[in-house]
Design a protein around this ligand. Structure first.
Ligand SMILES: Nc1ncnc2c1ncn2[C@@H]1O[C@H](COP(=O)(O)OP(=O)(O)OP(=O)(O)O)[C@@H](O)[C@H]1O
Length: 720
């Protein structure tokens, strides 16, 4: 299908009920842009013009080529800035990297580039800009490049006039006249409207966003800190007013869980490697952990009867007070592996925080890269600490700062936070760090990469933060590239232990992986075909850019497939709504960017479809890990476009064969033809750090048998 056909197919009359309602003229700002008003329109007011605009702005204007992912090209663009993308003749979906150069400055530079919407998960920049929105065909999703824009300004207007207007207002001031809200979808496939309420510009656009997605050296995304001017509401940017609804308080909801799957017992056959000195032996049962009675009760209520391998090894290590870097496959229980021993310690040692203290000084800080994930970790912490005096609190971006503060002042022992919000709160002196005994980095490789690494470094050097010798630091992930392991040394005591369950960076074997060769222009058709076969089973569809997420979700709704979407340009309330609709099955299809790739534990996700493959293999591993969790089986289907995905061929072949999956001959051929001597399996070096990079001698055991001890590796010391 040519570009023209693509366009022709999109702009067809019956799209009307799925596209946003907006009219440029209904948005206006004051002369200096500091007022923003909008008048909602009704769907009946729609006509072809706006609909066409929507798609134009969404990046599907005529004459574009899709899928150019030329990193080199994008480097150039970084310098020449963000013209790329969505205008006629522009590229869509490029995977260029904006490299390691973070464009800290030039917050105002984007004004000079007005009308260039630059947004791409892949190239997320530092979060400025993404202006508001209305662009006649020049809206460029650009290309992989300079995107200073960070948050999408998105652009297509119109949100409902509710309190979000307030939070958008400030952004509009900075961000441009139109648009205000990120797209909202409520696709139900039965005529519901996939409303792209506009303007990704809103609060996150236009000024530096909260947890802003930024590009990393590896092309991976990460999120920008609110602390650097984000939503804290200090001097820059609008006030964020969203207050998330409190989670249900009844015991049934707190302990709700899904069943382990048929392969849960097979976890015991996975090889486990422990390296470092004097590792305590693994435990085989919860009883051996000798946890307090309340914790044991909570474990039972959560339906846990048997430890997973990462729990068998990590729990005694943490109980022994050791620092730990643990790597285990997706969905294998890493959260409980750190929460249980920490809570046990806190129960044993007593806690100091109380609602009557003026300054809250949590004993434990847990950080994770996304809001939804940190919220999930919080819910787990709340579950396991139920009925104890330990109080867990969660704070994350996209919500009202005052709300976060109110949560904290009521007493805070375990603080679960996204990095940006955490740094904001620390900056405001709302918490003290002197009592921190446990620091946990979940998805630690992400937390230490170019996106979050600087924040994490700031965190450990904050006044009052105990040194690494005085606190216990724990890192967990399913992937741990070697270079990130090396960085981690700065955070961990030199004698930390390293636990690898299975192969570091390997995919979960309970996920049946299929790779299909599908060209860019056949993807939608193939997607619909697959989804129709799948029926109502819960499916996550990963795409590479935020706009594409909107577009594909709109498209699926149009095809009468109930769909919602989650990505970084949606309001937090919309993100949570989308996740809720997906969790409860109202929308069995969730189109997502990488923001949903890590950690999310959603019951019954039976399928993951990589509509676009990610740029790195570890991202792939995390994405497909949204299914096949906790011993359940799942399926992952990936569309491999040789035009754009060849760089991934070798690492994909490795992941597939390591997980004992069929490797298509054509993929092997591509991998062979793109063979790079010294290949390490990822776009950023050897993803398969099959051992602790300290190269300490380690022991291989199947889970459940204690490891022997590790001889003193010569270069251990050099880590510190
Ligand atoms: N011992 C256990 N028995 C039963 N269920 C468990 C056990 N441990 C964890 N689970 C459940 O397994 C699911 C996956 O756990 P969790 O989210 O901690 O995985 P994870 O290893 O952190 O995955 P990811 O790498 O994707 O972040 C959760 O629903 C959790 O409650």
């Amino acid at each position: 299908m040519g570009d023209e056909d693509w366009e022709a197919e999109i702009i067809k009359p019956h799209v009307s009920s799925y596209v946003p309602v907006f009219e440029k003229d209904r948005y206006f700002s004051g002369a200096n842009g500091d007022t923003f008003n909008r008048t909602p329109t009704s769907s009946s007011e729609m006509d072809d013009g706006p609909r066409r605009d929507h798609f134009m702005r969404s990046g599907f204007a005529p004459g574009r080529s899709l899928g150019n992912r030329d990193a080199g090209e994008s480097n150039k663009r970084e310098i020449t800035s963000t013209m790329g993308g969505f205008g006629v003749g522009k590229d869509f979906g490029n995977r260029g990297f904006s490299n390691n150069k973070f464009e800290e400055g030039d917050r105002f530079g984007f004004w000079r580039e007005a009308y260039n919407d630059c947004e791409d998960n892949q190239t997320r920049n530092r979060g400025f800009s993404k202006r508001g929105g209305y662009q006649d065909g020049n809206d460029s999703e650009a290309s992989g490049s300079s995107r200073r824009g960070g948050r999408g300004r998105g652009g297509f207007g119109l949100g409902s006039p509710n309190n979000e207007c307030e939070q958008d207002e400030g952004t509009q001031r900075i961000g441009g006249p139109f648009g205000s809200k990120r797209p909202t979808l409520s696709g139900s496939g039965n005529g519901d409207i996939y409303q792209s309420r506009g303007g990704s510009g809103s609060r996150r656009g236009g000024y530096k966003g909260l947890n802003e997605e930024v590009i990393t050296s590896s092309g991976k995304n990460s999120w920008k800190s609110e602390a650097e001017g984000g939503e804290s509401g200090d001097t820059q940017g609008p006030k964020v007013t969203y207050i998330p609804p409190p989670p249900p308080e009844d015991e049934d909801s707190i302990f709700a869980h899904y069943q382990t799957g048929i392969n849960f017992d097979k976890y015991d056959t996975i090889l486990v490697e422990v390296s470092g000195h004097d590792a305590p032996p693994a435990i085989l049962t919860f009883e051996e952990a000798n946890l307090c009675q309340t914790l044991n009760k909570n474990i039972a209520k959560a339906g846990y009867t048997k430890l997973t391998p990462v729990q068998k090894y990590s729990i005694p290590i943490i109980l022994a007070g050791r620092d730990l870097m643990a790597c285990a496959q997706t969905g294998s229980g890493k959260t409980a592996a750190f929460l249980l021993p920490i809570l046990a310690h806190m129960m044993r040692d007593g806690i100091t925080a109380s609602r009557f203290k003026e300054l809250q000084e949590p004993e434990c800080i847990i950080v994770a890269p996304t809001r939804e994930l940190i919220n999930q970790i919080y819910l787990e912490a709340r579950k396991f600490s139920f009925g104890t005096c330990v109080r867990a609190v969660v704070i994350y971006g996209g919500t009202q700062l005052g709300h976060s503060i109110r949560q904290i002042v009521q007493g805070c022992n375990v603080l679960c936070a996204t990095p940006g919000r955490l740094m904001d709160i620390i900056g405001k002196e709302k918490i003290g760090l002197r009592q921190v005994k446990y620091l946990i980095l979940d998805e630690a490789d992400r937390m230490l990469d170019m996106g979050f690494g600087p924040e994490m470094k700031k965190l450990i050097s904050c006044p009052g933060m105990p040194s690494k010798e005085q606190r216990q630091t724990l890192m967990f992930s399913a992937t741990f590239p070697e270079e990130i392991q090396r960085l981690a040394g700065e955070f961990l005591k030199s004698n930390y232990l390293f636990v690898a369950v299975g192969q570091v960076g390997g995919a979960c074997r309970d996920v049946q992986q299929t790779t299909l060769q599908v060209g860019q222009y056949s993807k939608r058709e193939k997607l619909v075909e697959i989804l129709r076969n799948i029926g109502d089973e819960r499916t996550m569809v990963f795409v590479e850019t935020k706009k594409k997420a909107d577009f594909i979700a709109t498209f699926l709704c149009q095809e009468k497939i109930s769909t919602t979407s989650i990505h970084g340009d949606r309001e937090q309330r919309e993100r949570e709504q989308a996740l809720g609709d997906f969790r409860c099955g109202k929308c069995p299809v969730l189109v997502a960017t990488s923001v949903a790739a890590r950690g999310l534990d959603i019951e019954n996700v039976q399928h993951v479809i990589n509509f676009d493959l990610p740029s790195t293999i570890d991202e792939y591993v995390h994405r497909i890990g949204r299914t096949g969790r906790c011993g359940n089986t799942g399926r992952a289907i990936s569309f491999f476009d040789p035009e754009s995905d060849s760089h991934l061929a070798q690492s994909l072949v490795k992941v597939l064969s390591d997980a004992q999956q069929d490797v298509p001959a054509w993929l092997e051929e591509i991998a062979f033809s793109t063979f790079v001597p010294g290949f390490g399996g990822s776009t950023r070096g050897n993803v398969f750090a099959s051992v602790d990079t300290r190269k300490g001698k380690s022991t291989l055991n199947t889970a459940g048998f204690s490891s022997s001890q590790t001889p003193n590796p010569v270069d251990d010391e050099s880590w510190d």
